[in-house]
Ligand binder design. Structure first.
Ligand code: ADP
Ligand code: MG
Length: 206
C-alpha cells in the first residue's frame, strides 16, 4: 500500500468514527462522562481536514499527521492517547515507501508501547489497550501474510478485545470508581479502536 492508499485508508477510518459517534457517546455515557463520541468526531473531522488535499512524503508522515490532528483538536484523555498511538506507531515506519503486514505489525507494536508508557494502563484495565494489545499480537503473528489478510484478522482481534472488555473491572480513567457497575459495558476507547481497525481492513479488502 503506497502513501496515497494509506491516506485513503485513514480517511475511511476517520469517516467511520464520525458515522458511529452515537455508539461511542453511549459507550462513554455508561462508563465515563459521555464525551468520547463527540471528542472522537471532532478529532476525525480535524484528521479529514488535515489529510484530504494534502500531499505526504511517506506512510510515516500520513500516520503522523493523523496523530497530530487528533492531539491538537480533541483534548480529554483520549486525544493525547490516540494521538500517541498514531504518531509513535507511524515513526516505526520511518524510511519505508509502502505499508505491508510486517510494517503494520511494527506500527501496532510501537503504538501499543507508547500508549502504555504514556497512560500507564496495561491489558485488563478496561481501556483502549484491551483492543490495541490483542490487535498488535495478531498483527505480529500475521506479519508475513498479505496486508488485507492481516488487517482482517487484526480487526477481528480488536473486536474480540472490545467484547472482552465488557467483563473487565475498570482501574484507570473515569470508570475506575464504578467498580462492578461497569460490568457488561465495553470500554469506549476500545470501541473506537475496533471501528478504526475494521475500517482499515475494509479499505484493504477493496
Ligand atoms: P475522558 O476520559 O477525558 O473523558 P474520553 O472519554 O475521550 O476521555 O476517552 C475515554 C477513553 O480513554 C476510555 O474509554 C479509555 O479507553 C481511554 N483511556 C482513559 N485512560 C486511559 C489510560 N490511562 N490508558 C489508556 N486508555 C485510557
Ligand atoms: Mg469521556
Amino acid at each position: 500500500m503506497d502513501k496515497d492508499q494509506v491516506k485513503a485508508m485513514l480517511l475511511l477510518a476517520a469517516q467511520r468514527i464520525i458515522d458511529n459517534e452515537p455508539l461511542l457517546t453511549d459507550a462513554d455515557r455508561a462508563l465515563g462522562d459521555g464525551d468520547h463520541g463527540l471528542g472522537m468526531k471532532r478529532g476525525m473531522e480535524a484528521v479529514i481536514e488535515k489529510l484530504s488535499g494534502a500531499e505526504f512524503d511517506s506512510p510515516e508522515k500520513v500516520f503522523g499527521a493523523m496523530g497530530m490532528a487528533m492531539m491538537s483538536s480533541m483534548g480529554g484523555a483520549s486525544g493525547a492517547l490516540f494521538g500517541t498511538v498514531f504518531r509513535s506507531g507511524g515513526k516505526a515506519l520511518a524510511g519505508k515507501e509502502t505499508l505491508d503486514a510486517a510494517g503494520f505489525a511494527d506500527f501496532m507494536a510501537a503504538g501499543l508501547e507508547a500508549v502504555m508508557a504514556r497512560g500507564g494502563a496495561k491489558p485488563g484495565d478496561k481501556t483502549m489497550i484491551d483492543a490495541i494489545h490483542p490487535a498488535a499480537v495478531k498483527a505480529r503473528e500475521l506479519a508475513c501474510e498479505p496486508l488485507p489478510i492481516a488487517l482482517a484478522a487484526v480487526a477481528d482481534a480488536a473486536e474480540a478485545g472490545r467484547d472482552a472488555s465488557k467483563d473487565m473491572l475498570p482501574t484507570m480513567g473515569r470508570a475506575r470508581t464504578l467498580g462492578e457497575q461497569a460490568l457488561g459495558h465495553p470500554d469506549a476507547g476500545a470501541c473506537s479502536v475496533a471501528l478504526i481497525l475494521r475500517a482499515m481492513a475494509d479499505y484493504a479488502a477493496r
